[in-house]
Design a protein around this ligand. Structure first.
Ligand SMILES: Nc1ncnc2c1ncn2[C@@H]1O[C@H](COP(=O)(O)OP(=O)(O)O)[C@@H](O)[C@H]1O
Ligand SMILES: [Mg+2]
Length: 255
């Protein structure tokens, strides 16, 4: 089967001649449908740059990124806009909900743009809200919700169009530990029950331990890879911490 995402020899440079720095330095990997992948690495290692290239927000300097059979590094702006809407779901650290819309409306936006029938939209929103335990806040505005509720609304918005790939950048970064745990359990559910493919960037080992496979990056390069396999999440967390220690030399610096 074709992978959902194929990143091949991607490099991203910043700066001008003489002062060029490589934020992403020859990274290659593949993601299959239904994978839940974590990308870990210390601050400044290139995680966000890599994710922004995959999410079409930024452009690669060299290399190719193929999502669902389409090379996004060769697409024009108009085609990219449509591609982003149809194939990708986004979850950001700071939620990015629209303040003047209720949770229900925020989740429904993409379906409304697709001109789906109201009854169909209602069924879809209510089904995903139930899975993510946000039924009670559907009529609330973002300012009336907790951070954890807002992030689960953002997760519902990301999954509602059944995108090929969900991209999350530090999704637990602004959450307390209880809300983070609930969000990550939601990700697990979307991944297992809806076969959502998730690529999640985080510098946090607890957050990463919910993924099935972790790519560690350092100085823009893949440094190591871990598979959870049959390990419990707790054992996986301990293995992640071992790599984090190796990677940073100083755990506190990384966390
Ligand atoms: N727009 C930019 N212009 C110049 N340098 C950048 C830009 N964005 C990121 N960088 C640099 O690229 C490197 C990787 O940054 P980033 O991808 O944000 O790392 P991370 O998300 O792992 O913390 C850093 O050295 C950062 O300073
Ligand atoms: Mg970052």
């Amino acid at each position: 089967m074709e992978p959902i995402l194929k990143v091949e020899n991607v490099e991203k440079y910043y700066g001008k001649k003489g002062t060029i720095s490589k934020a992403v330095d020859n990274i290659s990997f593949e993601v299959e449908k239904g994978d839940f992948i974590g990308v870990m690495g210390p601050s400044g290692s290139g995680k966000t740059t890599l994710l922004n290239c995959i999410s079409t927000i930024d452009h690669v300097s060299t290399g190719s990124i193929v999502i669902n059979g389409k090379d996004i590094t060769r697409m024009k702006a108009d085609a990219l806009d449509a591609f982003r809407r149809e194939e990708l779901g986004f979850i950001f650290q700071d939620f990015n909900l629209l303040d003047t819309l209720t949770a229900y409306e925020n989740i429904a936006v993409a379906l409304t743009i697709q001109k789906r029938k109201l009854a169909e939209i209602k069924t879809l929103v209510e089904t995903v809200a139930k899975k993510l335990e946000i039924t009670g806040v559907l009529n609330k505005f973002p300012y009336e919700m907790s951070g954890g509720q807002k992030q689960r609304v953002a997760a519902a918005r990301a999954i509602i169009t059944e995108p090929s790939l969900i991209l999350a950048d530090e999704p637990t970064g602004a959450l307390d530990s209880k809300s983070a745990r609930m969000l990550l359990e939601s990700f697990e559910k979307l991944n297992k029950e809806m076969r959502a493919t998730i690529l999640m960037v985080t510098h946090d080992a607890f957050t990463a331990s919910y993924a099935e496979r972790i790519l560690f990056i350092k100085d823009g390069k893949i440094f190591n890879e871990l598979l959870r396999g049959e390990n419990s999440r707790k054992d996986f967390f301990n293995r992640i911490m071992e790599v984090v220690t190796l990677l940073g030399g100083d755990v506190n610096h990384v966390l």
